[in-house]
Design a protein around this ligand. Structure first.
Ligand code: SF4
Length: 66
């Protein structure tokens, strides 16, 4: 089963907390827009992604089963 990152852009306030945890996955650009660079949760990135889910002050990130 594949797990993917989902961001509620209506909640996200582009404060880059997630980027501070795992910049390979989350990137806030110069226009304050968040990009998910790769949305697949893997064995290598799962711990950091879950940390980003926990620390997002807007609770905008979730992990969904595909
Ligand atoms: S930590 Fe949450 S609110 Fe901040 S940029 Fe990431 S998704 Fe958006």
């Amino acid at each position: 089963m594949t797990q993917k990152i989902e961001v509620d852009f209506g909640l996200c306030e582009s404060n880059a907390v997630c980027m501070g945890i795992i910049p390979e996955v989350f990137q806030v650009d110069d226009d304050d827009y968040l990009h998910v660079l790769q949305d697949e949760v893997t064995a290598e990135n799962e711990a950091q992604i879950r940390e980003a889910v926990r620390q997002c002050p807007r609770q905008a990130i979730s992990i969904v089963d595909e």
